[in-house]
Design a protein around this ligand. Structure first.
Ligand SMILES: [Zn+2]
Length: 167
């Protein structure tokens, strides 16, 4: 019995170690994959196309969205990083210049737009009145298009944020 307990303890340890290792490898790999990419000066054409498709598909469901952010230069990213640290305001990013998908033209931020034209960051809003959150309906479409959603992140939830690495 003791031996079984010992063995399962060691197996558990190995399992946890393996989880940690694959997590680190994954994080490291996606970061280097990003930083090996060319630095553009606008949104990647495929990401742009997917953003337009998302907008149209949302519109088909009676949801109007606006893309509030797209490409961001390293310098603009560094300025944004200062917010909530050396500059006034709330922290809005954990990425410095070169660390955000926005810097490679691979990310967009969206918001909802009401009929009167006002912009809305409200995850509960149900403007098309089908009993579902408009925000999450947009996220569902975005994921089908291949976007990764910032709202799924463990460390820092970035609900308006969508990103992808086109094939
Ligand atoms: Zn973003």
């Amino acid at each position: 019995m003791k031996l079984i307990a010992k063995t399962s303890f060691i197996l558990c340890l190995l399992f946890v170690a393996d989880l940690c290792f694959s997590y680190v490898r994954h994080a490291w790999h996606s970061q280097t994959a990003l930083q090996d990419r060319p630095v553009p000066s606008a949104l990647d054409p495929i990401v742009k196309q997917n953003a337009d498709t998302l907008k149209a598909a949302a519109s088909n469901k009676g949801i109007s969205i606006v893309i509030t952010e797209g490409f961001r230069s390293f310098k603009e990213q560094d300025e944004l990083y200062k917010q909530g640290r050396t500059k006034k305001g709330n922290i809005v990013t954990y990425a410095k210049g070169g660390e955000s998908y926005h810097n490679y033209g691979l990310a967009i931020d969206f918001a909802l737009q009401k009929k009167d034209g006002s912009i809305l960051w409200d995850m509960d809003y149900d403007g098309n009145q089908n009993g579902k959150s408009d925000w999450l309906e947009v996220v569902t479409i975005a994921k089908k298009l291949g976007f990764e959603w910032g709202g799924d992140w463990e460390r820092f939830k970035d609900y308006p944020h969508l990103q992808m690495i086109p094939d």
